[in-house]
Design a protein around this ligand. Structure first.
Ligand code: SF4
Ligand code: SF4
Length: 280
């Protein structure tokens, strides 16, 4: 059976999704429901409710046999459909096989160092990844996963076989904070933090610093820094309100974390041995 996966977006040249110039491929679908999600339209699969179809100004959406069909060639990317969707979904999805993706990669191959698979949550598409990555490595490119850490990598070593590294989100070390923030258990994420380090596949860890949450921020940064030390990058990210759903902005704050406040957590991480901590 040919494996395919729903692709939300492909950025042919990205310099923020890992080292050097990379193609970033974003899959649709994530089992978390993070309060601060900046791309909530990537969380769920479209339920074909049809609400967005009539709102498209250029009639790029239609309902055929009860399914929403997107005409990419006339879409003007105004994102009206995304704004109207109440299901955290997007109608602008393309199902692609590994061969489809390889054709896209081939177009830019001389200009990139590698590819990064992101989401949504890319590891929900592990069967496609296992097929794709060896072929990408054979092209002389590097392979990274940008993951929420939900897949137990120790139980699925095949996915790491042709993977150069994982960029792992550790959003909350405390169980209560994690349950509230990402609405998903964090045990496997924390286990992955140690396992990926052990097998030398941890490229980077990312933690978001929220305004006025001293205890939670400190707990997570301390936890991560003590484990990773200087063995991988630690990207400390200021919470930014842009793209966050309105009801969650009311909870988390409708403003960006103060830079000086966030810089304090970089200092904390470095003081604990995480010398490669930096702020964005
Ligand atoms: S994208 Fe959203 S609004 Fe449009 S059909 Fe799918 S679920 Fe409905
Ligand atoms: S983003 Fe494209 S499909 Fe969606 S409403 Fe705008 S033109 Fe239509």
């Amino acid at each position: 059976m040919t494996i395919s996966a729903p692709v939300n977006k492909i950025i042919p040249f990205s310099n923020v999704d890992g080292p050097s110039n990379r193609m970033a491929i974003f899959f649709q679908g994530c089992q978390f429901n993070c309060r601060f999600c900046h791309n909530p339209e990537t969380i769920n699969m479209c339920s074909n409710c049809g609400d967005c179809v009539k709102t498209c100004p250029v009639k790029a959406l239609s309902l055929e046999d009860g399914k929403v069909v997107w005409n990419r060639s006339i879409c003007v990317n105004c994102d009206t459909c995304i704004k109207i969707c109440r299901h955290n979904a997007s109608p602008k999805i393309t199902w692609m096989t590994a061969d489809d993706l390889l054709k896209e990669i081939e177009k830019v191959r001389p200009y990139i160092e590698g590819i990064t698979l992101s989401g949504g949550e890319c590891t929900l598409r592990r069967d496609l990844i296992v097929e794709l990555f060896p072929k990408v490595k054979a092209m002389g490119l590097t392979t990274l996963l940008d993951s929420n850490g939900s897949l137990d990598f120790e139980k699925d070593p095949e996915i790491l076989g042709y993977c150069d590294g994982v960029m792992l989100d550790v959003k909350a070390a405390g169980k209560e904070f994690s349950d509230w923030l990402i609405r998903y258990p964090n045990e496997v994420i924390l286990k992955n933090l140690e396992y990926l380090l052990k097998v030398n596949k941890l490229y980077e860890v990312r933690t978001i610093i929220f305004p006025d949450r001293d205890k939670d921020n400190e707990e997570t940064v301390t936890y991560v820094a003590r484990i990773i030390q200087d063995r991988c990058f630690y990207k400390i990210i200021r919470y930014r309100q842009f793209g966050v759903r309105d009801e969650q902005r009311d909870v988390l704050g409708d403003f960006t974390t103060d830079e000086e406040y966030a810089q304090g957590y970089v200092k904390l991480a470095r003081s604990l041995g995480a010398d490669k901590a930096y702020l964005i």
